[in-house]
Design a protein around this ligand. Structure first.
Ligand SMILES: *[C@@H]1O[C@H](CO)[C@@H](O)[C@H](O)[C@H]1NC(C)=O
Ligand SMILES: *[C@@H]1O[C@H](CO)[C@@H](O)[C@H](O)[C@H]1NC(C)=O
Length: 397
């Protein structure tokens, strides 16, 4: 076994870069709308730096028509993604918004289309409540931004203060923008816009609802990462490697049980928050994440029962029980890690969280590999010492 000092230096070696990673300030785009010059000398009366998704709106408002001529600037989540700006005549939220969405066509030429967004589930190009003219979109290769230009004739009952929603996405399938990410910024990219005032004071994000939901999602994420993503694998590492050492004989078993029962309790809490989130998100389904979650819960429950149904060591069924218990255990670890990544894809936290989890997994993997080697050395030594009693991988549990 490695000395504890080499272990602690190993831990420090991974902890320090992790801390640096966590403390790093977020890189941000320092450009403000008032310093932007638009191509072809397009000039607008007002502009505002939208508070989320590094997006900008430039516009001219003619209150006598009334009409709104605008340029919306944002970077799609990926170069082949999309950007959208919308007015929602009813409330500042996605459903009900009358959207202009720009993306690259398969030919590579940019297009902008109008979308009457009626559900979260699917959208299709359609007429919207407003008359829109001079629609145009462009992609700037140099800085990766897309721009939407349009003139909207506003009905008399809308403005000068209106609800705006904007968004960016990473992909487009058959001319239909795919669902956007669910990071903090994607959920808070909405607010009111006073067409008669420029500057960032004209926008405010106004949804408390999105905020508390995000908090719930973060709690769900943390509980499940700790349970399925960390404690279960650690519990398996304990069971597999510590029992090689005779001195750890009853201790490893209690540690293993303690680890897995804690993981189960936390996991059930995380699973419950997931079900609640699922029931609250109207129309949005993350089917595979949900199904894997249900399978994980069922398997983990089986494992808890397995503890009580464990035959005695000498019992002839013990071998079958071992195969079953170990098989399901490894399956839980693999599915748990897959589902953590699926969850990360849905929640899209800042990249450093994914990186941190990958680093932790790599460290756990490294420890497991190291212990695997130690185990083999111990076992082979034991074998050569008393060749009459070969190593039995299934003693203990
Ligand atoms: C606003 O629209 C009205 C009606 O079309 C037009 O006569 C006027 O010139 C416009 N004002 C500006 C500043 O463009
Ligand atoms: C947009 O969708 C809503 C809900 O289906 C519908 O009531 C409305 O008439 C649609 N608007 C247009 C311009 O088609």
């Amino acid at each position: 076994m490695a000395s504890s000092s080499s272990f602690s230096s190993k831990y420090l070696g991974f902890l320090l870069p992790l801390l640096v990673l966590l403390l790093q300030p977020q890189t941000s785009f320092s450009l403000t709308c008032s310093s932007q010059s638009l191509p072809r000398n397009k000039i607008y009366q007002y502009c505002t730096d939208l508070p989320k998704l590094t997006s900008y709106l430039h516009w001219t408002y003619n209150s006598s028509k009334p009409s709104l001529t605008l340029a919306f600037i944002a970077s799609p989540a990926k170069p082949n993604g999309w950007i959208a700006w919308a007015i929602n005549p009813i409330s500042p939220k996605m459903v009900g918004s009358q959207a202009l969405i720009a993306f690259k066509q398969p030919t590579g030429v940019m297009t902008v289309k109008t979308f009457n967004v009626t559900t979260y589930k699917s959208i299709a190009p359609s007429k919207i409540d407003f008359e829109v003219s001079d629609m145009e979109a462009e992609y700037s290769n140099s800085d990766g931004v897309m721009r939407i230009y349009a003139t909207i004739i506003l009905p008399k009952n809308i403005g000068p203060v209106l609800n705006q929603v904007w968004q960016v996405g990473s992909s487009v399938t058959n001319g239909i923008p795919d669902i956007h990410g669910f990071a903090d910024d994607n959920l808070k990219s909405l607010g009111t816009l006073d067409l008669t005032k420029g500057g960032s004071s004209s926008t405010s994000s106004v949804v408390g609802g999105a905020n508390s939901k995000l908090k719930k999602k973060n709690i769900h994420g943390i509980l499940n990462v700790v349970s399925w993503g960390l404690l279960f694998p650690i519990g398996i590492i304990i069971a597999r490697y510590l029992r090689t050492f005779e001195s750890a004989e009853p201790a490893w078993f209690y540690l293993h049980v303690f680890c897995q029962i804690s993981a189960y309790v936390i996991g059930v809490a995380g699973w419950g928050t997931g079900l609640k989130l699922g029931s609250q998100s109207q129309g949005i389904r993350f089917t595979s994440h949900r199904n894997i979650g249900i399978v994980l819960f069922s398997f983990a429950t089986l494992q808890i029962f397995a503890l009580f149904l464990r035959p005695k060591k000498e019992h002839k069924y013990r071998t079958y029980w071992n195969i079953y218990h170990h098989g399901i255990g490894y399956l839980i670890v693999v599915l748990g890690i897959i589902n953590v990544f699926k969850g990360l894809d849905i929640l899209v936290p800042e990249k450093r969280w994914r990186d941190a989890y990958i680093i932790v997994l790599a460290v756990l993997g490294g420890i497991a590999l190291f212990l695997e080697v130690i185990t083999w050395i111990v076992v082979l030594k034991r074998k050569s010492n008393k060749s009459t009693k070969p190593y039995d991988g299934h003693n203990g549990a």
